[in-house]
Design a protein around this ligand. Structure first.
Ligand code: NAD
Length: 495
């Protein structure tokens, strides 16, 4: 029997008002019940929003460097609890420990980055056009923010949103994914231990369509920051549009790695393996297309197939395993559907494509690393996000064709090119339509101090991480101070 977990509202741990709960189970072993979590509804969401609204009145007045000191303590505590958090994450989300430790490390990096930025929330000062007048711009907090997050980075993604929101003086309600509620709960406990005051961070668990949608609708929520699927992102954007509410969206991807004939082929194979099968292919930046020059296609494909077949699949808590399960049954059914689609479209299944039969995989949502070749750029498996360990290999005959194929999807998150030709590298940096481009590295590996996000259907123009994230979580205010002692009229008195 698992434990009973609660929402966090206004400093108190509470069950859902309805007392309803939902189960959280280990995707590597569905007999392992992690716990019961509140199946919250609109009334719980509204209570959390009211608490955040009340707390905003005082939190916005705490100097940003002081807010930064709390975030610094959060970073120290995340370091202290790193191993515990990684184990919680692996148990409820499935990815291997090496990766969940990386996920926690990203949260630590994000805490220290934002703690420091508390002393640097710079605006501008500029000469006014009239005498004895001063002009400046400052960042001001927005108010109550709803943060709605997916399950694939259960700690890192909440930290990306929550730390910038707090350092800028906002208060928040975190609505984590139903599949990873325990990591979020432990994270909020740590925030409280570090000294975050009651009501500044509230946590509500439950189904997106119910409690998530209620948060999005609530008139006192000024901003919705969402990471998840494009389908849900569109719904949220439509609802926010009706209420003229600020919304930042980080959505899906169909990321590609190009391998040119002049590339270091071994390095490119290494990169593709990590990009395609790391996190069981469930990263928004996962490599799902490999665009390979025909001169090296056979060598690259054969090497990849051989390496993919050696990947050790199993429970991520066992350190000898290299790839954990998919997140849930629906995800595995979706991957299986795409295997059939790929075959029907005429792609050649080179390896994988099935549920592993070994005994250690019997109780989880495991899936074999899968590679299709002879994929055409317009096939559905080369256009739609599968979100599993499935790589589609597309052959091309020139650099120009490679760029055109890479750009030929609705998404534009991450991208990569392996080439030793500096001219091609620079042309790729200019011509690839994506928010992130790697040269001689895989499509995954973002660092927290650079902007993160994508173009086209991957988002709505915002960038998380780096310092660009502060444009999401603040309003700009322009301030004019006239110390001339008389009425001065801009544009009229100065000619
Ligand atoms: P999802 O869209 O199903 O759910 C994301 C979150 O939204 C969850 O917390 C869910 O409960 C909530 N939600 C669902 N319906 C809602 C609604 N109607 N109103 C409000 N909230 C709702 O996505 P997922 O399956 O959890 O995550 C996988 C997706 O996330 C993939 O498409 C992946 O590419 C994307 N993703 C993107 C990034 C990025 O930064 N671009 C990062 C990670 C994941």
């Amino acid at each position: 029997m698992g434990d009973n977990f609660k929402n966090q509202i206004d400093g108190k741990w509470l069950a859902a008002a309805s007392a309803k709960t939902f189960e959280n189970r280990n995707p590597a072993d569905t007999d392992d019940l992690i716990g019961l979590f509140p199946a919250s509804a609109a009334e719980d969401a509204d209570g959390a929003v009211a608490a955040a609204k009340k707390a905003f009145a005082s939190w916005r007045l705490v100097p940003a460097p002081k807010r930064g000191e709390i975030l610094y303590r959060v970073g120290e505590l995340l370091k202290k609890y790193k191993e515990e958090l990684a184990r919680i994450e692996t148990r409820e989300m499935g990815k291997v420990l090496k990766e969940t430790r990386g996920d926690v490390q990203e949260g630590i990096d994000c805490a220290f980055l934002n703690a420091g930025e508390g002393r640097r929330l710079f605006g501008e000062t500029t000469p006014a056009e009239l005498p004895n007048k001063f002009a400046m711009s400052v960042r001001t907090p927005i108010g109550v923010c709803a943060l709605i997050t997916p399950w694939n980075f259960p700690l890192a993604i909440p930290t990306w949103k929550l730390f910038p929101a707090l350092i800028c003086g906002n208060t928040v309600i975190l609505k984590p994914a139903e599949d990873t509620p325990q990591t979020a709960t432990r994270f909020v406990e740590i925030l409280i231990e570090a000294g975050v005051p009651p009501g500044v961070v509230n946590l509500v668990h439950g189904r997106g369509e119910e409690v998530g949608a209620a948060l999005v609708r609530n008139k006192d929520v000024q901003l919705v920051s969402f990471t998840g699927s494009a389908a849900v992102g569109r719904e949220i954007a439509a609802s926010c549009g009706q209420n003229l509410k600020r919304v930042s969206l980080e959505l899906g991807g169909k990321n590609a790695q190009i391998v040119m004939e002049d590339a270091d082929v071994d390095l490119a194979v290494e990169g593709a393996l990590w990009g395609a099968f790391g996190t069981t292919g469930q990263r928004c930046t996962a490599t799902s297309r490999l665009i390979v020059h025909r001169d090296v296609a056979k060598k690259v494909t054969d090497a990849l197939v051989a390496r993919a077949e050696k990947i050790k699949i199993g429970d991520g808590l066992d350190e000898k395993n290299e790839m954990g399960p998919l997140i849930n049954q629906a995800a595995r059914e979706k991957v299986l559907r795409y295997i059939e689609i790929g075959k029907q479209e005429g792609a050649r299944l080179r390896t994988g494509g099935a549920i592993p039969t070994s005994a250690n995989c019997a109780k989880g949502f495991f899936f074999q690393p899968t590679i299709f070749d002879q994929v055409k750029p317009n096939m559905r498996i080369a256009q739609e996000e599968i979100f599993g360990p499935v790589l589609s290999i597309i052959e091309i005959a020139s650099f120009e064709e490679a760029i055109a194929v890479l750009n030929g999807t609705a998404y534009g998150l991450s991208s990569s090119i392996y080439t030793n030709d500096v001219t091609r590298a620079f042309r790729a940096m200019r011509d690839i339509e994506a928010g992130i481009t790697y040269i001689n590295g895989p499509t995954i590996g973002a660092e927290v101090h650079l902007p993160f996000g994508g173009v086209k259907d991957t988002g709505n123009g915002h960038r998380e991480a780096g310092t660009t994230v502060y444009d999401i979580f603040t309003e700009w205010k322009s301030i004019y101070v006239d110390y001339s002692g008389k009425l001065q009229k801009a544009q009229i008195d100065n000619n």
